[in-house]
Design a protein around this ligand. Sequence first.
Ligand SMILES: Cc1cc2nc3c(=O)[nH]c(=O)nc-3n(C[C@H](O)[C@H](O)[C@H](O)COP(=O)(O)OP(=O)(O)OC[C@H]3O[C@@H](n4cnc5c(N)ncnc54)[C@H](O)[C@@H]3O)c2cc1C
Length: 327
Amino acid sequence: MTVFCLTELDGDTVADPSLRALTLARGLAAGAATGVAAVVFCPRDVVPAPDLAAYGVGDVFVVSGLDGYAPQAWARVLAELLGAAATAPDFSRHAVVAAGTERGNEVLAHLGAITGLPMAANCVAASRAGGGALGIVRQRWAGLLLEEAVLDAPAALLTVATDAVSAEPVPAPGPADVHEVTPPVSDADLVVRAVESSAGAAGASLATARVVVGGGRGVGSADGFAPLEELAGLLGGVVGVSRVVTSEGWRPHKQQVGQTGTKITPELYLACGISGAIQHIAGCAGAKHIIAINTDPGAPILAHADYAVIGDLHQVIPALIEALRGR
Ligand SMILES: Cc1cc2nc3c(=O)[nH]c(=O)nc-3n(C[C@H](O)[C@H](O)[C@H](O)COP(=O)(O)OP(=O)(O)OC[C@H]3O[C@@H](n4cnc5c(N)ncnc54)[C@H](O)[C@@H]3O)c2cc1C
């Protein structure tokens, strides 16, 4: 039994949500002969094999030669690996795990369509149940509800809620063997392909960034985001926004944090001019530290913040930029 883990990168390191997915995958593979195999889409010379070994990965399948992000092509590669690991047509209870990011969910949905296997999204726990089935617990309704279910399928496809499982390295890691994979893709698999990304500093995406500078209605206008962009750049992070901001057309939906946006798990979330509605908190509760900047000392976000600055963001952010530039 092999547990494959689609592993996303953040620059040249393993993205935090993928470390969490690897941790869940390791628990699933416990006691199995073959263990966890990471599947990484990147050039061979940048594959972070030691970092993967630190999280219990025994085999790394490196897929190079696919430019950009092509969800169906990525799923095709996973389907081939899954098929090669098992005796067709029975997948022998293997599993494919991915982080519950936009990419993880999209690729595994394609994999489900290609293989006909069921997929369970946003799992927080998974363990072997009787008869080879899996007992899973997964988030529903933006994490407001936990569902217990049994997944009985020849192979399990799971994504891991980005804010639920903590990333834990193994105490005594062994080496990881690196294998190169030639992608078995056709032109049809490449019809949808993102070759350019407008990701922020260091190529980090909102879901994987270590620092997110959030802006809400309090920012006041589309132009008002320039200082937030500058601050995010100085902190090596990216900008995230509330739904009011996307509804106003100040920023695109892909930057929205929340129930109907992206779930973030940064080390630091700096929430500026954001009230902290429950639908927004659903997306940022996984942040390790929250600092709020708000003029209202009664804003709900303060109940979730480690620190707060009660003040006008149009004064506080320039002061922060000034201080950081001075360093
Ligand atoms: C089904 C559903 C799904 C939703 N999904 C999402 C989602 O995914 N993400 C999301 O964000 N929302 C979502 N919402 C909307 C959510 O309920 C809130 O309306 C929204 O989050 C509020 O955005 P906001 O905090 O920017 O604005 P507001 O609630 O208007 O808050 C603005 C805040 O800025 C502060 N402020 C104003 N001026 C300044 C200043 N100069 N300096 C500092 N602070 C200032 C104010 O004190 C206030 O706290 C959803 C709603 C529904 C019904």
